[in-house]
Design a binder for this molecule. Structure first.
Ligand SMILES: Nc1ncnc2c1ncn2[C@@H]1O[C@H](COP(=O)(O)OP(=O)(O)OP(=O)(O)OP(=O)(O)OC[C@H]2O[C@@H](n3cnc4c(N)ncnc43)[C@H](O)[C@@H]2O)[C@@H](O)[C@H]1O
Length: 266
């Protein structure tokens, strides 16, 4: 019985299934945590989603920006971007079931057995793990509610930059989603900079979220994806970057959570 985490699939089904075979993944005993962005841009998002849907008892996704965007397109009846190659999912007779399944998935989770926090983009340094899980629950309640369509309608903006208890529910939802699914660099006062997407050295005025003191001193393990140009390197022992840019022609990374052993497939 083993627990694994895997970086962004983004429709790269071949590498995904090869990795599961390499670790002899057994759905009746093992569990796989997908850090999000299971769909978009890669060659076979439908195969990835279908496989996870069929093995949903042994797989959990912490949703990423591309997953949420796909759900939003469904609710808002918006065309998807051709470069995301999502047409086969939208043409599938199972579309409604796939979307309902994705809506049941969390934004973040904490695995006590491994002292491990998982989300797509990471942990806001101003939140404790407890705070983060509460914020994630708030946002999940929004995208799982009867009013989900309206929350998706209000999801797209970098604002508000600052948290306040006076924000309305749409603003709170957007703020939380942005930290959990889009964060990479923060300004000196911990605000999100959503423009910088490159390597750490490219942005001298900004700090990667995991280099902030509250994260460096954390005793827990943090697992995230989203940031392909890190190439799997954070330089921080307890912070594990699993998006190694498979969709960009690099490898896909799977980690066994107990041993921290890495398996990489190109
Ligand atoms: N609340 C919200 N507000 C707004 N939009 C929301 C949203 N929620 C969801 N979305 C949606 O999210 C989607 C993505 O938005 P984008 O803005 O396109 O997201 P991204 O950060 O560029 O991309 P990604 O998440 O794929 O990250 P990656 O590191 O792989 O790639 C990042 C960059 O790294 C580069 N890169 C990394 N490794 C590379 C490599 N090896 N080779 C080449 N390029 C590489 C690429 O140029 C790439 O552009 C859009 O559809 C958008 O609508």
């Amino acid at each position: 019985m083993a627990d694994y985490a895997i970086g962004d699939l983004q429709g790269c089904f071949k590498e995904f299934s090869t990795l599961l075979q390499r670790v002899d993944f057994n759905p009746s005993k093992d569990h796989l945590y997908l850090v999000g962005d299971i769909v978009a841009r890669g060659p076979d998002s439908l195969a990835c989603l279908d496989f996870i849907y069929q093995h949903q008892d042994s797989m959990t996704i912490t949703l990423g920006n591309h997953d949420l965007h796909m759900i939003a397109c469904y609710f808002l009846n918006k065309p998807t971007n051709p470069k995301d190659k999502l047409a086969p999912i939208f043409k599938s007779s199972l579309l409604k079931r796939y979307i309902s399944f994705l809506q049941t998935q969390p934004l973040a989770l904490y695995l006590k057995t491994h002292n491990c926090f998982i989300s797509h983009a990471g942990l806001n340094p101003d939140w404790s793990i407890e705070d983060a899980l509460q914020h994630a629950k708030f946002a999940q309640d929004c995208y799982q509610s009867k009013n989900a369509k309206n929350f998706f309608k209000h999801m797209y903006s970098p604002h508000p930059k600052k948290w306040s208890t006076t924000l309305n529910d749409y603003e709170k939802f957007r703020y939380i989603v942005n930290y959990f699914t889009r964060m990479r660099f923060l300004t000196h006062d911990h605000k999100l900079d959503l423009n910088a997407k490159g390597a750490i050295a490219d942005s001298k005025m900004l700090t990667p979220w995991f280099m902030h003191k509250n994260i460096l001193t954390l005793k827990d393990e943090l697992v995230f994806g989203h940031w392909a140009s890190l190439e799997g390197k954070t330089g921080v022992n307890h912070v594990h970057a699993l998006d190694t840019g498979c969709v960009w022609g690099n490898g896909m990374t799977l980690m066994e959570l107990k041993t921290k052993n890495l398996f990489i497939e190109k």
